[in-house]
Design a protein around this ligand. Structure first.
Ligand code: AMP
Ligand code: MG
Length: 310
């Protein structure tokens, strides 16, 4: 069996630290992914340190693989939550309800069956999947990095900093305006490899989160099994999409929605956008076609625009 854990490319979103405009930059490995932080302004160094501390704490709390995490304790029926932790779980459950269950924060036992926790990959039987579904276990992997971006923006607000950009393993969080009033330019990874697909132009503080079938998967007998599961049957979602990017002011929502819209597929995802309109999105279909909702400022590629019919 071939085990593949592709290294997440940090795309050309980094503005770079010019000598005339110094920034503090740190790359850390956290939450099973590479994270990159850049901050500009007087207290940039202190802000970066505080963000790294927050990320470390968040990982210790919500890790699905660390048996000492609070999340593992909750899954054993132990542990006590503080108000902020309870509020985060409540938000996850609300997003589950809002998305008709496409985002499911309790897929832990199903994810474990596929071997995504210990890299011991296998294809479970339908019976095993059905049994696992009856034993819900928290897994917040589809929301916690977006939440981390959101918390990072809160940390930054406590410091004298001008602006920042974070790439938390494909979850990008911008903070503040770029110098000279320019927009942030966030590359969208090409799901089929190679150069970036295109770039999103972003103003101010925003979360830009991508879920894709190329981000984590294994192959067996020529079949690719990826990590975004359809909660209905526990199988890798086969919705015709290979990548969904969500742009939203709220990081946790952006992250949960990128996963949920991937599971829903284009048609239901478009309906969801039309009904909610609190985010913009870019969809890439299996055949390579790109669709973007009308408010997404996508550049550098050809795409169809999804208009709101209401
Ligand atoms: P993301 O990369 O944000 O789309 O999240 C994918 C991760 O979330 C997976 O690695 C699983 O840990 C978990 N997951 C997979 N499918 C779902 C789902 N439908 N709802 C919630 N979490 C999921
Ligand atoms: Mg997600």
């Amino acid at each position: 069996m071939r085990k593949i854990l592709p290294i997440l490319l940090i795309l050309a979103l980094l503005a770079g630290c010019a000598a005339s405009d110094p920034c503090a930059q740190r790359t850390v490995f956290c939450m099973d992914t590479v994270m990159d932080i850049q901050v500009w302004g007087n207290e940039r160094q202190q802000a970066v340190e505080a963000i790294v501390e927050m990320l470390t704490e968040l990982e210790k709390t919500w890790s699905a693989t660390d048996e000492n995490s609070l999340l593992s304790a909750l899954n054993r029926g132990e542990g006590t939550l503080n108000d902020a932790q309870q509020a985060f779980l409540d938000r996850a459950v609300k997003l589950q309800n809002d998305t008709g269950g496409a985002f499911d924060p309790k897929l832990g036992s199903v994810i474990a069956l596929w071997g995504f926790y210990d890299d011991n990959y296998r294809v479970p039987t339908a019976d095993e999947l059905a049994a696992a579904k009856l034993q819900p276990q928290w897994d917040l992997g589809a929301i916690v990095k977006g939440y981390a971006g959101e918390l990072a923006a809160k940390v930054l607000a406590d410091y004298d900093v001008d602006r920042a950009i974070l790439n938390l393993g494909g979850n990008v969080q911008t903070y503040g305006e770029k110098a000279g009033g320019e927009q942030w330019r966030i590359g969208i990874q090409n799901p089929n490899g190679g150069d970036a697909l295109g770039a999103l132009l972003i103003s101010g503080s925003m979360a830009v989160v991508t879920s894709g079938d190329y981000q984590r998967y294994f192959e067996l007998d020529g079949v690719r099994y990826h990590h975004i599961l359809n909660p209905k049957n526990g199988m890798p979602a086969d919705s015709g999409l290979i990548s969904v990017t969500v742009i939203c002011a709220d990081g946790a929502v952006a992250d949960a929605l990128s996963t949920a819209l991937f599971v829903m597929g284009m048609e239901t995802a478009t309906e969801y956008w039309t009904e909610n309109r609190n985010f913009e999105a870019v969809f890439v279909l299996k055949d390579g076609t790109i669709y973007a909702t009308e408010g997404a400022q996508l550049t550098g590629c050809e795409f169809e625009v999804i208009h709101c019919e209401n």
